[in-house]
Design a protein around this ligand. Structure first.
Ligand SMILES: CC(C)(COP(=O)(O)OP(=O)(O)OC[C@H]1O[C@@H](n2cnc3c(N)ncnc32)[C@H](O)[C@@H]1OP(=O)(O)O)[C@@H](O)C(=O)NCCC(=O)NCCS
Length: 178
């Protein structure tokens, strides 16, 4: 399948919501437009405006996948150890995170997910970032297999404060490795 990856803006909101809503329906997770998913309805304020980047994978003008790169100051401490910051477990040694990685159920297993991960890792490495933090619902086994291929290591777990109180694995990708 040929697709291309580009930075998203607010004209992509409908396409982004379509993809992520389909995944939440697939897993019977709760959709919360004014809460946990509010960022998706104003990408420019929640990502671009905060120094972060939201990307989409697009095929024939249709959004088929999403991913975001958040940037922050290095979380100090021994790399890979967890630290509670503002009520959330976070991974020490990281200075960016992978967020909102979803591929529409009809567009899977054609390389879009790998392409999106590859893209954000390349962007982060291009900025000389140290390590990438990932938190992922424990039920997303397909994603964890994929993350492992990109060098992600499980470093802990937590319960997310979302409507489903989702259990998540915490993972870390060392960006200094070739
Ligand atoms: C995880 C997810 C993003 C992967 O997206 P994807 O587009 O299917 O990913 P890819 O196509 O790159 O890889 C998926 C599998 O297809 C295989 N594949 C890729 N291209 C292929 C091709 N042309 N032919 C056959 N197989 C292919 C990959 O090797 C991989 O195999 P695996 O199941 O053994 O790991 C997607 O399954 C998803 O959205 N899941 C639900 C949400 C989720 O888990 N999100 C993560 C949140 S942290």
């Amino acid at each position: 399948m040929s697709f291309h990856i580009r930075q998203a803006n607010n004209r992509d909101v409908e396409g982004v919501v379509n993809v992520i809503h389909a995944v939440f329906d697939e897993y019977s997770f709760t959709w919360e437009e004014d809460g946990y998913h509010a960022d998706l309805y104003d990408i420019e304020t929640h990502y671009t405006g905060c120094g972060d980047t939201f990307f989409v994978a697009e095929k024939d003008g249709v959004v088929i996948g999403t991913i975001a790169l958040e940037r922050f100051d290095l979380i100090p401490g021994a790399p890979g150890d967890l630290k509670v910051i503002e009520g959330y477990s976070r991974v020490q040694g990281c200075d960016c995170s992978l967020e909102r990685m979803y591929v529409h159920p009809d567009s899977r297993r054609f390389g879009a997910g790998s392409g999106l991960i590859n893209h954000v890792i390349a962007v982060a490495k291009g900025e000389n970032r140290s390590a990438m933090e990932l938190w992922s619902d424990k039920r997303f086994g397909d994603a964890h297999r994929l993350y492992g291929r990109f060098g992600a290591k499980v470093v802990g777990d937590r319960i997310l404060d979302d409507p489903d109180q989702s259990p998540e694995w915490g993972l870390m990708i060392d960006l200094r490795q070739p």
